[in-house]
Write a protein that binds this ligand. Structure first.
Ligand code: G3H
Length: 540
């Protein structure tokens, strides 16, 4: 056996140090079958579904615990709780003063900090996220909540004054939309659930969260913090089979907004289930096929470093990941040689092992699906150029650098969402611009080069095709104050700390002809504090 095959075999039977033990996550009061409905954390006593880890022991996926698999009725119970909290917009939460909502959320974030370690451990086991990345996901999420509180104060300060125009005096605020369904993805189960859930809540919308199939258990430790920090019905968290649990929520017609991060196919299925299409606002983060364009004057060492990180961070399972590298023919050989070496040098192992970059893949059947991508490409003339490319264990596959990816190969147009680095060659950058223009997606692009004239004109062309152009750097979402969106089948709506507050709200105004009786009326409302909407309070 080679050293590599020994290490691959070891991945099928990992040794677990005490500091990575997941059983400790199931501490007193926290268990995998818990859900949250109407302010109560309950142990679901109906059907359950065993969750297994891609981290194998004894040659098979490690069982982590049985999560709740709710019935249609239980899911509708959660929706009813949110609908009651909304109460046609007259509920305590949607009409509450912004400052009070901020207090609830600040209380929540303090309680959330206390469960960092159980969440991190479950992220390592459930989706095999390396420990530093799991810790970063938790900390980034906490910071997102804190930043959102500040952004909301700022938004409210702007709304806390009257405007006058054309003889009309008005106060304009952002009002909630109504009951909201939030669904995050498996690759950032905590962060990408919270980046919609928290702004939706803060704007006054009661929420039902449907946990993802992979990445559900790591959110269970947070349920108690929700229950303790928010009034009943404001946050409800359900788990189970999508069609059983989610279908009825949409068919009810009661949802005013849907926040979904996942595939365009599922987003379309969900939208169509709502009986009144125009009544549900959708905020969607979908697939992408982000390209890196390596120009002839690029700093190749930098380009290789960024392309490896961009294509293979968290095993390529990021919607912002680089999914196709376009390399100018004049630098192709040098770039590919360095890229293949850099990829082969990546370390792999269990998520808690120090320095590990590559880890097992959470989705069942993923190794075979990735192999099919590579087989399709090589059958049509592409080649795998790195030595370790494609070597695998039960749930792990070493990344393949695939050279000569051309039209007609699935890797040329489809998102692989895993550890494959496809490379195409171009002579004229117009070939790449045409590929982007004709493609299904429009999220981001990375440009590697040094010429101000070339990069400047490419930015002009690309700004009308994608939503972020990264210069000499990989594609990414952060920092979270920046707008995160996409064109075509990549997104609907914009998320950022401040944009998300707008996404989950609608402008509402009180307007009156600026006559003395009306001014006296408004002065009376302010002096008597008889409205929460009409208010000039300043949020410190
Ligand atoms: O999966 C998509 C994520 O939003 C990507 O976020 O660029 O911070 O990894 P990231």
């Amino acid at each position: 056996m080679t050293d590599l095959s020994t290490r691959l075999a070891a991945l099928d039977d990992v040794q677990v140090p005490p500091e990575a033990d997941f059983a400790s996550a199931w501490a007193a009061g926290i268990s995998p079958e818990q859900i949250l409905i109407d302010g109560v954390v309950r142990a679901w006593d109906g059907e359950r579904a065993l969750v297994t880890s891609p981290v194998c022991q004894g040659g098979r996926r490690t069982p982590l615990g049985a999560g709740a698999s709710l019935t249609r009725e239980a899911s509708l119970e959660a929706l009813d709780a949110a609908v009651r909290a909304w109460d046609h917009g007259r509920g305590e939460w949607p009409t509450n003063h912004v400052g009070r909502r901020i207090e609830h959320c600040a209380d929540f974030v303090e309680r959330m900090r206390a469960v960092r370690e159980p969440v991190v451990r479950l992220l390592m086991w459930e989706i095999a996220k390396p420990r530093p990345d799991a810790e970063k996901e938790f900390d980034r999420t906490v910071q997102y909540v804190v930043d959102t509180l500040e952004a909301l104060k700022e938004l409210d300060r702007g709304a806390g004054r009257f405007v006058q125009a054309g003889g009309v005096i008005a106060q304009i605020r952002r009002a909630p939309l109504g009951p909201t369904l939030c669904m995050g993805p498996f690759n950032y189960p905590l962060n990408e659930t919270f980046t919609t859930l928290i702004p939706a809540l803060l704007m006054g919308n009661p929420v039902v969260v449907k946990l993802p199939k992979y990445g559900a258990l790591c959110q269970v430790p947070v349920l108690r913090a929700f229950a303790e920090a928010f009034p009943p019905g404001v946050v409800n968290v359900v788990n189970g089979d999508g069609p059983v649990v989610v279908g009825p929520l949409l068919e009810s017609g009661q949802l005013a907004s849907l926040a979904f991060i996942g595939t365009a196919r599922v987003a379309n299925l969900l939208k169509r289930q709502h009986p009144r299409l125009n009544r549900m606002r959708c905020i969607l983060g979908l697939e992408a096929k982000n390209a890196a364009i390596v120009l002839e004057d690029a700093d190749l060492d930098l380009a290789v470093k960024e392309c490896v990180a961009g294509a293979l961070s968290f095993n390529g399972q990021r919607c912002t990941g680089l999914k196709l590298l376009w390399v100018h023919r004049s630098v192709e050989e040098r770039f590919l040689a360095r890229l293949a070496d850099a990829v082969d040098a990546l370390s792999f192992g269990a998520p808690w092992e120090r320095g590990v970059t590559l880890t097992p893949l959470p989705e069942e059947g993923k190794v075979a699906r990735l192999r099919a991508f590579v087989d399709d490409a090589t059958a049509r003339g592409a080649t795998v150029v790195n030595r370790h490319g494609g070597q695998s264990s039960s749930t792990f596959v070493f990344p393949s650098v695939v050279r000569g990816v051309r039209p007609g190969m699935a890797l040329h147009s489809e998102e692989q969402f895993g550890p494959i680095v496809p490379v195409s060659t171009f002579d004229s950058v117009d070939e790449v611009l045409d590929w982007i223009a004709e493609g299904q997606y429009g999220q981001q692009v990375s440009l590697f080069g040094r010429s101000p004239a070339t990069i400047g004109s490419l930015c002009d062309a690309l700004a009308n095709q994608v939503s972020r152009i990264n210069l000499n750097a990989q594609c990414q979402r952060g920092p979270d104050v920046f707008p995160f969106t996409g064109r075509k089948d990549s997104a609907e709506g914009t998320l950022s700390v401040s944009d998300a507050l707008r996404a989950f709200s609608i402008r509402a105004m009180v307007a009156a002809p600026s006559t003395e009786p009306n001014r006296a009326l408004l002065r009376g409302i302010l002096a008597g504090r008889s409205s929460r909407f009409i208010s000039t309070d300043y949020l410190f």
